[in-house]
Unconditional design. Structure first.
Lengths: 551, 110
């Protein structure tokens, strides 16, 4: 049996006995084989001294059990670390941030407590996955859509409080923004409800987000101030129709007005769905189509002359390459735009979209899909499922063995800096990170990388760093990843989310005024969790007794 | 009330029996099919197709040489980008049912 650092065996055994009384022996895991199941399956540190390990795990089924577990943890000073479905792969998985923590596995808390069709909202527990919610809604004939990330087995709550994103309309695809009301077990075991849930017998918990007074919900995301046990979400009512089109522009510098015009149209809600950027001339597909390219073992078709020009281009540009694209009708940039709504509305939105982009000389327009909804389930595989509110695991073809990728990886870690939503920032991020990746020997760029458009006002310049079976290579990639974080910070960019192994590096970038933000995080930690039992180290927030010098 | 008291343990016993014998096909549908159903849009199937290059089906349910031990090993250790699964996801009883479903005749298959 493993023991948390600084905890006496007698105290640990007493805590485990108490956990067993709370949840039953079946749901307390202490054998090495069982506890190893809480290792991060995508950890780049497998077998290394700093790989994160749990000491045990306990799996409650009710909020009352979570409260009881937290009280026991306080009594015996046991570090605990909550997970929801434990599928945060690429961002830390199910392993604790602080080795030796007892994982509080909330997977059994998998109830969908309310579906309010009229309010288009749900109230769920943390063990509910996107698959669970989707299946539940379809079984009861609901007309609500689930905005899901690519991996459908993730937790609706877990993804939201790690601030993940999806693929439908802007106000739904930001998963934390789309929540309305939380229930939280505080580190002292007390139960809290936020927003209108602060009113006993609240009638509008899932109708109005902020309640009155300080709005604290953000404190319980990417943090360690409480265990979220319920969360409400606003859902997208099934639209009548879906329209997907492309806007293609011919020249390198056209990327700048292309993004500016997209921003204006999305912020006005003329373009309503997930926008996606690609570059046929440089061979980089749109985010939502990456798996389709992998499945087809194909990129954009290229002649040898095209490939030769591409190989000589710097940062994806040369006058000769641009001229080749223009003379062969291969667009430099391709923007995929989508619309949800009644056909007469979305057709008009597409008309307005074309009028605005026509200001770019040589812009070309194409309708790709124009569908009445719902799409027949049998045909849904023809599309990027999450854009239709359908969860899947299709994106795991990225990294898995395929003819496209004959040497599968052991996982990946997402390098995910937020950059401005401009064409200039895409050029700058490519310049900075491709140079750094080359110097660091990291396989992150082939020609040019395009950002993801999950958020309305910024891009995520996301790069998948492979995890291999070779410890030496992994160590090099971890060191390189850290350097990339530092370089990003020097340019004013920071990650939106990261795995525990990089959380200190990332939070160090947020250093304005001598780390005022981090100092406040730890001031709050001391006040809310004086015994420092909950999720120590998550996003580099440490309790006093684990900080250097106890400060 | 008296008869209720007598019935209660029986109901619990029936319920416990139901939990003890999960349906392997359902476990497969929930946890495996999203990656291993037929077709290359399923990453697990596509990976196995690439691995065996026509020597063997890429669809797990079409394999005849799976053993229960191998099913258990893969579920609890994972392989490549397939992660391992915890007991709160697939319990030991569910894993036994899954192994039986995927490897119903391991000895004959050999």
């Amino acid at each position: 049996m493993r023991l948390p650092t600084g905890v006496k065996p007698a105290d640990f055994n007493a805590a485990l006995a108490a956990f067993t009384r709370i949840v039953g022996s079946e749901w307390v895991f202490t054998s090495d084989a069982d506890v190893d199941l809480y290792r991060d399956a995508y950890s780049p540190l497998v077998g290394e001294a700093d790989e994160r390990f749990a000491s045990a795990a306990v799996a409650p089924e009710t909020t009352g059990q979570v409260q009881a577990i937290v009280r026991v943890a306080n009594q015996y000073r046991i570090p605990i670390y909550p997970i929801s479905t434990g599928k945060n792969l690429g961002y830390g998985g199910s392993a604790p941030a602080y080795s030796g923590s007892v994982v509080v596995d909330l997977k059994r808390m998998n109830r969908i407590l309310e579906v309010d069709e009229a309010n288009a909202s749900v109230l769920v527990e943390p063990g509910v996955s996107y698959f669970d919610l989707y299946n539940h809604l379809r079984e009861r004939g609901s007309k609500l859509w689930v905005d899901c990330p690519d991996p459908g087995w993730g937790s609706v709550i877990g993804n939201a409080i790690d601030r993940g994103g999806g693929y439908t309309m802007a106000n739904y695809r930001n998963h934390f923004d789309s929540h309305c009301g939380m229930e939280i077990v505080l580190p002292n075991g007390e139960l809290l409800r936020t927003g209108m849930g602060g009113i006993p017998n609240a009638k509008t918990w899932q109708q109005y987000k902020s309640g009155c007074g300080p709005w604290l919900d953000g404190m319980f995301s990417q943090a360690n101030y409480g265990i979220v046990t319920k969360m409400g979400f606003w859902m997208m009512p099934e639209p009548e129709a879906y329209l997907r089109c492309t806007v293609r522009v011919p020249r390198y510098r056209d990327l700048i007005p292309l993004v500016d015009t997209l921003n204006q149209l999305e912020n006005m809600r003329v373009i309503t769905g997930f926008p996606d950027l690609a570059t046929p001339l440089l061979g980089y597909p749109p985010t939502g189509q990456v798996q389709v390219f992998i499945e087809g073992n194909a990129t954009y078709a290229m002649t040898d002359a095209h490939k030769a020009l591409l190989a000589k281009a710097e940062l994806g540009y040369s006058p000769e390459l641009e001229a080749y694209g223009i003379s062969n009708s291969i667009p430099y940039w391709e923007l995929w735009v989508t619309y949800y709504g009644p056909l007469e509305v979305i057709d008009a939105q597409w008309q307005a979209t074309q009028r605005h982009f026509a200001k770019i000389d040589g812009a070309m327009f194409k309708v790709v899909d124009r569908l009445n909804l719902p799409v027949d389930v049998a045909k849904i595989e023809n599309y990027h499922e999450p854009e239709f509110g359908v969860p899947s695991l299709r994106a795991f073809s990225i990294g898995a063995r395929t003819p496209f990728n004959p040497n599968p990886s052991k996982g990946h870690m997402w390098f995910s800096p937020i950059i401005p939503r401009t064409g200039e920032a895409i050029f700058e991020a490519n310049r900075v990170f491709s140079k750094a990746a080359k110097e660091l020997g990291m396989p992150l760029f082939s020609t040019f990388s395009m950002p993801c458009c999950f958020w309305e006002r910024s891009f995520i310049f996301i790069l998948a760093t492979p995890v291999t079976t070779d410890p030496q290579t992994n160590r090099r990639y971890v060191a390189g990843f850290r350097k990339l974080i530092e370089i990003g910070g020097e340019h004013g960019w920071g990650e939106y989310r990261t795995a525990p192994v990089f959380q200190k590096d990332v939070m160090d970038v947020y250093s304005f005024n001598n780390h005022a933000l981090h100092r406040l995080h730890e001031t709050l930690k001391d006040a809310i969790d004086p015994n420092g039992i909950l999720a120590a180290g998550r996003y580099d927030i440490w309790p006093r007794h684990l900080r250097k010098g106890g400060k | 009330m008296k008869s209720m008291r007598i019935l209660a343990p029986l109901l619990i016993a029936v319920s416990a029996t139901a939990v003890a014998e999960p349906d392997g096909a359902k476990v497969y549908q929930k946890w495996c099919a999203p990656c291993h159903a037929p077709g290359i849009t399923h990453a697990g199937t596509h990976a196995l197709m690439a691995k065996y290059a026509g020597r063997k089906s890429g669809v797990l349910t079409e394999w005849t040489d799976l053993t229960p031990d191998y099913v258990r090993l893969m579920v609890r250790t994972g392989i490549s980008v397939m992660p391992h699964f915890r007991k709160t996801e697939i319990s030991d009883a569910e894993l036994a049912a899954l192994a039986k479903y995927l490897a119903p005749r391991p000895l004959e298959a050999k």
